[in-house]
Design a protein around this ligand. Sequence first.
Ligand SMILES: CC(C)(COP(=O)(O)OP(=O)(O)OC[C@H]1O[C@@H](n2cnc3c(N)ncnc32)[C@H](O)[C@@H]1OP(=O)(O)O)[C@@H](O)C(=O)NCCC(=O)NCCS
Length: 204
Amino acid sequence: MRLRPVEVRGHAGFGDGLRSRGPSPMSRSATSTAWTSGKTCRRTGAASAICGSSARHCARCMQGARRERTMRERTMIEYSNDLDGLDARELEGFLAHWDFTPPEGTLLTMLKQSTAVILARDRASSKICGYVAALSDGVACGYVSALEVRPEFRGRGIGTALLSRMTDRLDVFGVYLSCAPSMLEFYRSRGFSSVTALCKRRNT
Ligand SMILES: CC(C)(COP(=O)(O)OP(=O)(O)OC[C@H]1O[C@@H](n2cnc3c(N)ncnc32)[C@H](O)[C@@H]1OP(=O)(O)O)[C@@H](O)C(=O)NCCC(=O)NCCS
């Protein structure tokens, strides 16, 4: 198929202020040049910027639909700090990323003994899909001791929401945490920066 460049203008209909997850030919500026198949979007009439697509929707339209789906999914998650009646069975399957298998009930004990806990619950299934826990002196220092989201709920912004809610909740001068090197970018892109830290671990 022969492609030719066209000028593409942004169009209304989706929240342009929301964060984009990937590069898009249209996200560089309100007016930009994109390669087109010459077909038009069924919804907006804008030129399709997806090379070789069926051109039912333009790239911006598809991006907007993805954002709307994410927002919809987010509203289906309830965040609370209420541990009353929480049963260890509701927490089964968590702590799978630890390098050893902890005794049953470990997570429930951890959560109950933390200074602050936020649970994420899927409204539809009532399942706990994630949690964040922290220890704090209430003024200077708060430590995010655990953050986890069940695998099937990952990539929907729940981990980010838990972290951000916990940071607000702690309301201290410094929020600290430790993580695997692979997680550095996750935390950096959410406002954390590296500091020098030491730790002494008990052999498990
Ligand atoms: C880390 C974790 C809480 C993220 O939860 P989530 O709901 O998927 O998070 P979000 O949807 O808000 O964000 C997803 C981001 O996490 C990143 N991510 C998830 N797991 C990652 C890993 N192991 N290494 C690096 N980045 C990871 C994704 O790349 C994505 O990054 P981006 O948004 O910048 O593209 C979840 O993957 C998890 O529970 N992992 C296992 C437990 C764990 O490692 N906890 C952290 C201990 S420090």
